[in-house]
Design a binder for this molecule. Sequence first.
Ligand code: SF4
Length: 379
Amino acid sequence: MSLGAMDIFKFLPAGKKETNANCKKCGCATCMMFALKLSKSQVESSLCPYIPSELSDKLEHNKKVQQETVLLGNLKIGGETVLYRHEKTFVNPCALCVCLDSEDKEFESKLKRILDFEFESIGKKYRVDAIYLKNPTDESVQKIKSSGIEVLNDDFLSKLKEVEFKGLAQTVDELVKIRTKAIVDRDENYSKPVFVRLFGDDFCSLCSIASSLICKYSNMIIFEYFDEALFASLITLRVNIYTDPQKPLQVESKVYEFNNPDENALVFMTTNFALSYFAVANELSSLKCGSYLVITPSEGMSVLTAWSAQKITADIASRVVSASNILNKVKNKQLIIPGLLSDLKDELQEVLPEWKIVVGTTEAYKIPEFVRELQKSSS
Ligand code: SF4
């Protein structure tokens, strides 16, 4: 575990309420400031003459690498520094790989399915991370590499530690032990990233086992079996685990267009929280009519959170709508706001008098029905 400012501060003179507290010899105004900088490795501990040996030992111990990072082309494996994502963030997603034998008579068709597989989640495209080739030929290796997918080889695998699958409970126990030794104890014997090979072709069993291994704590899984739905499910889980909790997923604040909007297009608005955007965008794409979606700059907060934190206000919304020039692009000047922002309707109506503010749905999936009703009532 890394040492936080408070962990360090309690060893310093101010933390121990000693007379030489805050003496400024280190160049910092206070011991707390020094502790903060030391926790971020912005200063050397030797600048304070009062550091006790217990703290020096802890700082020295903390310099040891917890888990190594191993590179294969664009694929990065390992490098984790925390046991739980909420402590900071996980770094490199568990790589999902497939093993293929180029002497298998179905090799070409199996390879084609893997190379063709592409899955989009929250605006990002994902593929199989790497292929481990048994009996590789130059031609097959070249074909995989030119598709942008990495080829695993034994040299690369030797930089990782293989954990043999011996049933789910026993394997997870082993992975937890290894990760704890690496992260908490900084034990060099456990600093290699780990991988597990999964055999068999039972979809449900592979899906549940691999899900557990992604959560705790395999850095890479090699499957003998490939299935698009299996990989799509596992990638969805992985995306959720490996997002950085310190950085809300957000999209650019601007006006997005769906289905070639013309003057009859509808105009919707929501915040720049990525999940809100994609939920609404999916529904707007499915409509038969064109539409605009105005995205406000709300620091990646969902609608209700942004409203509570004053990150979406009538002024912010009106600035984005006014700057977008959509007023001149549509005949029906209705601005459809999220149902959760109904309390903002009157204020918005005041600052955007050219628009009719309409309260939309609280859930994105209700948008198609809402639009049908809206079009019925205006026809
Ligand atoms: Fe505190 Fe800095 Fe003085 Fe050490 S040198 S006692 S950290 S102010």
